[in-house]
Design a protein around this ligand. Sequence first.
Ligand code: ATP
Ligand code: MG
Length: 575
Amino acid sequence: MSKEPANIKENYSENNNAEPEKRLNFIEQIIEDDLQTGKFGGRVHTRFPPEPNGYLHIGHAKSICLNSGLATRYNGNFNVRFDDTNPTKEDTEYVESIIEDVQWLTGRMFDHIYYASDYFEQFYAYAVDLIKKGKAYVCDLTPDEIRTTRGTPTIPGEESPYRNRSIEENLDLFARMRSGEFPDGQKTLRAKIDMASPNFNLRDPIMYRIVHAEHHRTGNRWCIYPMYDWAHGLEDSIERITHSICTLEFEHHRPLYDWFIDQLGIYHPQQIEFARLALNYTVMSKRKLLQLVKENYVNGWDDPRMPTICGLRRRGYTPEAIREFCRRIGIAKFNSTIDFVQLENSLRDDLNKRAQRRMAVLRPLKVVIDNYPAERTEWLDAVNNPENEADGTRRVPFSHVIYIEQDDFLEDAPKKYYRLAPGKEVRLRYAYYITCTSFVKDAAGNVTEVHCNYDPATRGGSSPDGRKVQGTIHWVSAEHAVDAEMRLYDRLFTKETPDDPQDSADFKTYLNPQSLEVLNGCKLEPALKDAAASERFQFERTGYFALDSRDSSVEHIVFNRAVSLRDSWAKQQGK
Ligand code: ATP
Ligand code: MG
């Protein structure tokens, strides 16, 4: 939709159409306490630190909205920083998509994007400093040997035979590691902490490993690459982040985060952990999403069935709906699974307010209005959005032959069927009452054409004699109709927890074979010919739709259904 937020602040955390924010979440509480005590000099500076090894998904959206929202709320700064320390899995394609997605979701433009790889020289200097302090050593054990000598929760790890090398020898070997003298895996730099620590992360963790691989930004300048735990706190410190927010799995890494920074005596951000987002009927791991793409179970990262931000965008999601979803689910300290319906409801609520209404027939059935002159066309007023008077009206053409939905006609209608049936009268939205007089069937017994008479006195859809009809159906004039393809989506998986670790079956066994339904020869009212890619529409009675940004063209219009009007999943499943 063309209405992007004029003021992000107003639209973000105070976006309270659903309910006002009642109380602070635990992270806001920490920040307010820090502001009170002046811990960071009254500053708030957050960051979003993706590794560029895949596309962003709705889980990342939660982290982006949280961090960006806190910066907005407390008048602080928000960095996008690539944690690009793993050259073999990363790619500039991912870098570009991530920047695009974060800008789209937050409505922010970034003058500067941060990269961990810009700090490699600084990290190296810090490592030399730790060696000089006797807090790091070059180890000749292979990564496998390091793993097997780590011990167990009850048995302390074994100290490396290389642990007590002299500072001079360590400095010399580390410089030679950097200069490329040793092959991959032959040496590592390890922190010298405590092999008996109850926290595994403190049992002399690896800081650097040797990887002779080209990096997407630093090329072949480096052949040693920093490990996540070593690099991450340094990145935060260099950027003077105040609150370094990460997901719960990193709670046991916090002592190491603190240890590195304390040993170096550098600026110390506060790491805070929160529960990651899990959604039912989907998978969120980048590895699994990559598998779906690589093995062609979906049509790319932006397939509208994917939980990726670009997939949701292509499907018709708005940034406002995703931000509202993230606000509604809140921030907690314990993991839980959110119902997919909540995401859909946020979109319904947003588009109900903003999307203009149009008429489109998905599965057309021809209706001939016998008493309406064949050469006549009338242009009738239709309301664009009953939720927003300012959107005004448009004109829709009415004529002798129209299309209605196939399932809006029944030959043998039960009593409670209020749509069209032999002898029954219905209201055509914004047009007339029509009564079915006869119908035509083909050899296979399918109804191919319905004949009706209209009541000229009911123009606009109401009867002067006060006669009531129960049903109102949408329609499109055949002569004026624009053809389109429509893609209807359903859950990507049939099982609520497709990647349940208790389940030995592969998550792909639960792919929903009916997750995509393609309809051709759909009929649109003519105003839709000029639809813009950024617009969202409510097609009366069938759902919210947006043009497909990849496949739609003037010659071949393609609409995606972003979401149906109501949740029908539970009903389908017989729940
Ligand atoms: P992987 O570990 O497989 O590379 P990741 O999803 O952790 O995947 P990152 O690029 O490291 O990928 O994530 C960037 C940021 O997004 C991190 O700060 C991480 O905590 C956050 N994040 C990732 N997944 C979720 C999620 N499901 N809910 C909330 N935050 C998430
Ligand atoms: Mg990660």
